[in-house]
Design a protein around this ligand. Sequence first.
Ligand code: ZN
Length: 98
Amino acid sequence: MAIALNALCPCGSGKKYKRCCYVVDSEASVDRKAGLPKIIVGVSLVAGVGAYLYTNDLRTGVLIAIGGCMVALAIISFTDPPPPKAGSGDPAGMNFGR
Ligand SMILES: [Zn+2]
C-alpha cells in the first residue's frame, strides 16, 4: 500500500509522509530484507567451520557454508516484491470496464 510522499503522514504527526515515517518505513524494510540473509550466512559459516572442526572433514564444512549462502540468496530473491499479475482472480482486474 503506497502512501503519497506529499500527503500527511498517517501517524498523525501533521508532517508530510516523506518528512516523517517514510524514512523510517523504507529503512526498516531494507533492514528486514538485508538482515535475515546476513544472519543465515553468518550462522552457516560458523556451522561450517564447526562441522569441519568436529568431523575433521573439510568438504562437509564447506558444503554447509555454501548451503547457507544459497539459502540466503534464495531468501533475497523471494523477498523481492513479485511482479503484479494482471487478471486471474485479482479483484482489481475483474472490475475493469465498470
Ligand atoms: Zn509519521
